[in-house]
Design a binder for this molecule. Structure first.
Ligand SMILES: Cc1cc2nc3c(=O)[nH]c(=O)nc-3n(C[C@H](O)[C@H](O)[C@H](O)COP(=O)(O)O)c2cc1C
Length: 166
């Protein structure tokens, strides 16, 4: 196993949520699936994600002053698949609303965060994009989607009391 393959495999044990991060390019919409998303601080509320420089959408995120994060629910695996692909067709048939910045937010997301971009930091073949949260929404109707060992999963609450036998 090459060291890159080994590191990727070891890192895949770190379970994450799944997001689709959106921005605007003039009249055009832009979005990509990202699991590098994380919160940074609460006061002020800062979060980040990493974007590969080779991504088709990289220039849009570099130019845009805002971006919005959709934290996907378990009902939205199809959105993760779609936005992990490239090209104009990725928006075909996708239902979305627009937030205060005109960025796409998807109905049924577990949470959404509307952010003003604060900083972009060089990180080898990626850039770290830091944003300040100016608006957010939460919907607890569905479980969040989880990604672990290259598979989509559901969260299991290990702290919940086991159900009594019927
Ligand atoms: C679960 C998952 C997580 C991903 N996370 C990231 C990420 O954090 N950053 C990134 O640049 N690409 C990530 N990708 C890859 C992009 O979603 C993919 O390259 C996509 O085609 C980018 O869209 P674009 O080509 O329109 O820019 C991820 C893909 C998957 C399936």
């Amino acid at each position: 196993m090459s060291s890159a393959t080994g590191i990727r495999s070891a890192l895949s044990n770190y379970a994450t949520g799944v997001t689709v991060i959106t921005a605007r390019d003039g009249d055009g919409l832009c979005g990509l699936t990202a699991n590098s998303f994380t919160s940074v601080s609460l006061s002020p509320p800062l979060l980040l994600f990493c974007i590969g420089r080779a991504r088709a959408s990289f220039e849009v995120f570099r130019r845009s002053e805002t971006f919005s994060v959709n934290v996907l629910s378990a009902t939205q695996k199809h959105l993760s698949d779609r936005f992990a692909s490239s090209g104009k067709e990725k928006w075909r048939g996708i239902e979305y609303a627009e937030d205060e910045f005109g960025n796409a937010i998807f109905p049924g997301s577990a949470a959404t965060f509307s952010c003003r971009k604060k900083e972009m930091v060089d990180a080898a073949d990626h850039m770290i994009v830091l944003g300040e949260v100016l608006g957010f929404r939460e919907d607890r109707k569905h479980s969040p989607l989880v990604y672990c060992r290259s598979s989509y999963c559901l969260p299991v609450d290990l702290d919940r009391e086991p159900r009594p036998a019927a």
